[in-house]
Design a binder for this molecule. Sequence first.
Ligand code: F6R
Length: 593
Amino acid sequence: MCGIVGAIGLASPRKYVEKGLKMLDYRGYDSAGVGYYAHGIKIYKDVGSVAHLFDEVAPKLIKTNIIIGHTRWATHGAPSKINTHPHISFHKKICLVHNGVIENFKELKAELEAKGYEFYGQTDTEVVGNLLEEQLQQTGDVFAAIRKVMGTIKGSYAISFFTSDDENSLYVMKKASPLVIGLGKGFNLVASDASPMIDHTNEFIELSDEEYGVITKDEVKIFDGNGKPVNKQPIHKDIELISHDLKGYPHYMLKEIEEIPQVVNRLMNTYYSDGKYLFDKKLIKDLKESDHIIFIACGTSYHAALVGGRYFEYYGKSTSKSIASEWAFHPTFPGKKPFIIMISQSGETADLIHCLDIIKKNKLKNLVITNAGGSSLDRNCQYSLLLYSGIEVSVASTKAYVAQCTLLAMLAAAIKKDKSCMTDMRQSLKVVEEIQSTYKPIIEKVANKIKNKKNVFFLGRSFDYFLSLEASLKLKEISYIHSEAVPGGELKHGPIALIEEGIPVIVFVTDTVTAASMRGNIEEVKSRGADVYVISTKKLSQPGDAIVVTDYRFYLSSIAISSIAFYLAYFVSLAKGLNVDKPRNLAKSVTVE
Ligand code: F6R
């Protein structure tokens, strides 16, 4: 769960690596480092941000033909200077950066130690550097060394390295962690995703699993695991969708919340036209024919799965929804023709990749819904539907969640060719716009009231409960306030014991069927002293409600009013002076189990 950049032949390598690592620090930001060749291997690294590395640690001028950089989210070995990448091998022949996890590193380390190799840190990466060095010394052939090492190490890796006696060759190896090559004229680039490279090129090669290669300033050669050359076709990427530009916003999270209407509109225009849904006909046929749909996802995407599952149920499908890291260990396949829908913003979540292995072994039909074209899940699932939401940089997912819910609503409706969903969606977009233009000051006031609280509750039923789960996750993630989402009806079965004087309870009342019961819940918590903030629709509103939005069809809560939850978390985090876009202990792309 780290970010990698690399360049060869580039005129301004320092600028590229600094900017590139800043763009990739959504993948990890506990330490950063840079390695390059200038009369031998030079490495500068430290705990802390990329800005700290380039402002205080690395030289102001870096003149080199070859450079690699890394921003880390620690897995093996604490975030410390010695564990920060790049790593250098024992005999100082190899300088490398790695994203992923080498599962058998302990055994391999012990074997190397028995042969006299010494290690300075605790990372799994150092083992790979030493294995490459050992093989290189034995064979004198870098490719042979790479092949041997790829056959030895188990786990996931995107690796970029160079050797101490060749400043004209940048090597790459990949399995189950992303690595993209950017093609230039007189230079070539490497990065974990395409975004750091867009100032220089929009032509890319995406490495597939078990491929490796060598990059010089004029050439890229890729091989498969058996050493056979692979002819990779370059792909063009839409600059707008991979741009990291803050566009004047103070934080990515705010920018991304405000992009929600654009994201929903883009999805509606991509997958619906002239009264018809435009999904792959075979996909729709497979979905129709399946007798059970299993949704699998993690975190926020799991909350979208809950919403999506309910949509499919409304259209008569039997569904189950599982958290990926649970399903992976006890997979069940109800029905005779199960169909799996995986949902993942990043398309790289390790828990889901584990599930995909099981899905493939059992030859189950499957689809991924992802925002990341070219990601592991996009490439390896049978079907893939892209969210086209533009890169989401803030660790807290907002626009991607709304996009997931939107796409799921459209996909479910497509099975029955139900066009009313599109009309309802347009109406819910009006609500999003109303919230963004009118209710921000009210939400900010509520945020200021809860910013010093220790616990917050969110209540809702049905779709409002699913939204409560997401609101609660968002709040705890970026404000560090403990929060819980409770289905209104469950309150009396336990959680009400925690309701006391002054505890904030945020309640969603947008569903005609459940409104009366929710009003009952509101009285229950109010009478125990809770500070209640009700979010309701006009039709269901009562005097004293904190926010009343224009009516929309109840099943679209996650699209229509999730912005309220996102703004609330944003304003609380801001009021507490926290790092909104990069909350502690988290990373955007969770590529380790
Ligand atoms: C929360 C958040 C996470 C992710 C989860 C799954 O704001 O973003 O809970 O939803 O880590 O990630 P993806 O969707 O990339 O599989």
